[in-house]
Design a protein around this ligand. Structure first.
Ligand SMILES: Cc1ncc(COP(=O)(O)O)c(C=O)c1O
Length: 386
């Protein structure tokens, strides 16, 4: 088996047959010439199939150790595709702690189709079997369990091996959002998870210039349903966006290593400061699931959440930063800071937000790959005014 970067650079990307071009061409076409009426052709219509998209789908499938990959116009449309496997009157269990837009989709859209969702803490701490408490949430009609690990923004982990085992024993499908880790740091399918989704807008795209999503599975049943949904619903990425993903993914390993290195240093610096109330980062030994992180992740990622104690302090901190730009999104080469309560998680009801720890004083850092000295200086600037 070739290594991760070799796969990222080569999977799905043979030199082009006609010219030998080493990068996959952007097949900017909506349709294809058909030679004989009634003859079956592989390439018929651009929504259904596109060679640039096919190359990207082959590539992302290989990177997630899956058999089938599907590209979407956004992370949300990949998540919607993953949920297309369920039907009205099915029951879904979802992590109580996940990206606000995913929660909005579950609570405001799925509910319109007669699908019941139970929200469960997927990251129980303490001596009980990590998934023991899930048993009581499972119903006769539970068809799917959906988890995000680490969660956005609280950095809680789900034990993937436990989840995969429990769900398989009960004949329930599992979907995991792997956005925060990227396929370089974590491969949920290896732990018995049925499908992985990504917002490729984040680390995979990596340059804050393209919105996209992906779904990877090794299950022929899920693949068939996803292919049907992708064509029927039509939330496909453009050929250029697929090409951008292929371009970006080649450096994913290099970028992820730099993100992890910088984030660890920033998290340790923040955790050592009395002005900071709490730091959430799985790479810190103080993180309650640090051991689980070591077990299932190949690195701790670039996301660090920080409790500063009040809205005023969060405002002062974020305003003082020079290189961490205040903005939504994450995973780009440039550092970003966000205030989940008013930004990414504004659609989560207040009660639930507070239960999760998404307070007025919580800020989330997406640590980029700038020079660490400059990022540390920036953090000092922020701390000096709170
Ligand atoms: C963990 C996670 N999943 C999914 C999404 C949705 O992705 P997109 O914005 O590409 O639709 C996001 C967006 O921030 C996210 O953080």
């Amino acid at each position: 088996m070739p290594g991760f970067s070799t796969t990222a650079i080569h999977a799905g990307q043979e030199p082009e047959a006609r010219t030998g071009a080493v990068t996959v061409p952007i097949f900017q076409t909506t349709t294809y010439a058909q030679h004989t009426l009634g003859e079956h052709v592989k390439y018929d219509y651009g929504r259904t199939i596109n060679p640039t998209r096919e190359a990207w789908e082959t590539n992302i499938a290989a990177l997630e150790n899956g058999k089938f990959g599907f590209a979407f116009a956004s992370g949300m449309s990949a998540i919607a595709a993953a949920l297309s496997i369920i039907k009205s009157s099915d029951h879904v269990i979802a992590g109580s702690d996940m990206y606000g837009g995913t929660y909005r989709y579950f609570s405001k859209i799925l509910s319109n189709f007669g699908i019941e969702v139970s929200y469960v803490n997927m990251s129980p701490m303490g001596p009980i079997s990590p998934m023991g408490h899930m048993g009581s949430a499972i119903k006769k009609n539970t068809r799917l369990i959906y988890a995000e690990t680490p969660t956005n923004p609280m950095m809680n982990l789900t034990d993937l091996a436990e989840l995969g085992k429990l769900a398989r024993e009960r004949g329930i499908l599992t979907v995991v959002d792997n956005t925060f880790m990227s396929p370089y740091l974590q491969n949920p399918l290896d732990f018995g998870i049925d499908a992985v989704v990504h917002s490729t807008t984040k680390y995979i795209g990596g340059h804050s210039d393209v919105i996209g999503g992906a779904l990877v599975t090794s299950s022929s049943e899920i693949a068939e349903q996803t292919k049907f949904y992708q064509n029927a619903y039509g939330a496909i990425p453009s050929p250029f966006d697929c090409w951008l993903m292929l371009r970006s993914v080649k450096t994913l390993a290099l970028r992820m290593r730099a993100h992890c290195e910088n984030a660890q240093i920033i998290a340790e610096r923040l955790a050592s400061d009395d002005r900071v109330k709490k730091v959430y980062y799985p790479g810190l030994t103080s993180h309650p699931q640090h051991e689980l992180a070591i077990k299932q992740m190949k690195g701790f990622g670039g996301m660090v959440s920080v409790e500063l104690g009040s809205l005023e302090r969060a405002k002062k901190f974020t305003s003082a930063l020079r290189y961490f730009t205040l903005g939504e999104s994450l995973g780009g080469v440039e550092s970003l800071v966000c205030h989940p309560l008013t930004m990414t998680h504004a659609s989560v009801p207040e009660e639930r937000r507070l239960e999760l720890g998404i307070t007025e004083g919580l800020v989330r850092l997406s640590v980029g790959i700038e020079d660490i000295g400059d990022l540390l200086e920036d953090v000092e600037r922020g701390l000096s005014v709170i």
